[in-house]
Every structure is written in structure tokens, then in C-alpha cells.
Design a protein around this ligand. Sequence first.
Ligand code: CMP
Length: 139
Amino acid sequence: SQLTDVPLTSYCKSKESCELIQRALMNNDYMKHLEDRQILTIVDCMYPTSVAKGCCVIQEGDVGSTVYVLEEGTVEVTKQGKKVCTMGPGKVFGELAVLYNCTRTASVTALTDIKLWGIDRHGFQTIMMRTGLIKHSQY
Ligand code: CMP
């Protein structure tokens, strides 16, 4: 079908990075209920990116389209200028706007130079639809 033929791009990554992303997804309240093959496909499709110390990764109120997994460094989460928490390697963030089609619920700022993995809304939704269709076609 049209939906299952949408191409997904996979990005080469080390075994350690694959394991970090997989653990991060499985430890996230909103992602841990995904099927194993959905998690493995997300791991495969995440692309590498980096942000310099002090820079904003996510701005509260913006339209968001990327889910991130932090691989190296520390970020700070703030809401209306007030600190909510800091997060280190192995954490997912930016999932709420993509899962719930809402604007960004908080700002996320790099406290150090950071390395992270990202997947955009299009790739994420393709994975959800594709695996849903595969499951459906088995019955
Ligand atoms: P999103 O709303 O897409 O973008 C901001 C992100 O900050 C959000 O997804 C969550 O990943 C994260 N976030 C929002 N509120 C909190 C909170 N209270 N504690 C920890 N992380 C949060």
C-alpha cells in the first residue's frame, strides 16, 4: 500500500549507541508501550546531531517536529523561565509535541555541548502506521 511503501532512512550507529537509544525509549513513560519492532525501527532511523553549550534545543510554545534522545552532555528543562529539571545521557525529550500534536510544553537548553539523536514526526508516524498495517494484515 501507499503507507507501507514510504521510504525510511536508516543511519549507521555503533552497538553502544543503539543500546543507549533502545534503553532510553524503553525507560520513557510514553514510548515504553511501543512494540519491540517499532522501537528497533526508531533506533535504526534516528539521525545524529549536536548542539553547542548554551543553545536552545527546544523552545516552549513552538511547533515541534523532532523527538530526541540525549547521548552525551546535559540539558535543562524550563517552563515559563522556571527550571523544571536537568537530564543527562539516555533520556528522551521532545516526545510530547510529536505524540500529542501539541506545541512544545517546555524549553530545553544545552548546559554543555551535547550529542543527540533525532527522529522527525514524519519518520516517527511512518513507523507507527507501517507496523500497525503489518499487524493488521496478519489477521
Ligand atoms: P515537548 O513538549 O515536545 O518539548 C519539551 C519537552 O520537555 C517535552 O516534550 C518533554 O520531553 C520535556 N518536558 C516537559 N515537561 C517536563 C517535565 N515536567 N519534566 C521533565 N521533562 C519535561
